[in-house]
Design a binder for this molecule. Structure first.
Ligand code: ADP
Length: 260
């Protein structure tokens, strides 16, 4: 498995069945003895948007790094059935000397795509994240939300089947975060990737996901799992409904119980 892939702007629509990520009894013990994960069973199927919530230091980022192939589990079986993986971090990680277009082209460039192909993939991705008109802007000229859009666009050029998100909107103000949540769900519906998303925010988790996983404090294990029944794409007013508040309450309760 690799973390990169050749851009396929006209790839056929993915099927909506099948398991893309299958973790069985996964554990992670670092060489210094820290046990970050223990007995983690987790699947992500095509068509799913799975969010993981858990206290700081419980191993959420480690889980994503194992999923991406950046790290190997020290025990258990961690299978990922695609090499088209997108990965977005909390920091947008844009190169400050490159403009938006050149930043968005970066992964395709590293994959050896031709100039014409990466231009086309970048133009499509920039359009999808609503950054058209800012192609020549430098990162320092962008707001935090725009930087994150550029980071999303950069991964979209890989046409990912599995998209990993490590608290991408954690540093943004609430209004920007909510707007980006809606845009991400639009992309999820339009591009049909499966999502594995990490956040501290229970309401963000419930709003975004088809399923929410709750992790315990370190060593992180799964202590709760909730199907989210609301249809996609979600109506922003969903956040103000009693059904939404009730599910947020249940997930928060499981999170508190797992942190004792
Ligand atoms: P989270 O994303 O939930 O905040 P992390 O996955 O980043 O948690 O880390 C889980 C635990 O593993 C933490 O206690 C962290 O300090 C530790 N950890 C992470 N990476 C390493 C490493 N390379 N070596 C040793 N300990 C690590």
């Amino acid at each position: 498995m690799t973390t990169t892939a050749t851009p396929r702007p006209s790839a056929p629509a993915p099927t909506t069945v099948g398991t893309l990520l299958d973790f069985r009894d996964v554990a992670m013990r670092f060489p210094n003895g820290t046990v970050a994960l223990e007995g983690v069973d987790l699947t992500v199927d095509r068509g799913e948007f799975v969010t993981v919530v858990g206290p700081s230091g419980c191993g959420k980022s480690t889980l994503l790094r194992i999923a991406s192939g950046l790290e190997s589990a020290s025990a258990g079986r961690a299978e990922v059935d695609t090499d088209r993986i997108g990965y977005v971090f909390q920091d947008a990680t844009l190169l400050p000397w490159r403009n938006v277009r050149d930043n968005v082209e970066l992964l395709a460039e590293l994959n050896g795509a031709s100039k014409a192909d990466r231009r086309r993939a970048a133009a499509e991705a920039i359009d999808l994240v609503g950054l058209s008109g800012f192609e020549r802007s430098l990162p320092k000229e962008l707001s935090g939300g725009m930087k994150m859009r550029a980071s999303l666009a950069r991964s979209l050029t890989l046409d990912p089947e599995l998209f990993l998100f490590d608290e991408p909107f954690g540093a943004l103000d609430e209004i920007t975060r909510e707007r980006l949540n809606d845009e991400l769900l639009r992309l999820f519906v339009e591009k049909s990737f499966a999502g594995l998303f990490i956040t501290h925010s229970v309401s963000e988790a419930v709003y975004l996901s088809t399923r929410v996983i709750v992790m315990s404090g370190r060593p992180g294990g799964i202590v709760g799992e909730f199907d989210v029944p609301f249809p996609m794409p979600r109506d922003p007013d969903l956040r103000f409904t009693p059904e939404f508040a009730e599910l947020v309450g249940e997930v928060s309760h499981a999170l508190r119980e797992g942190h004792r």
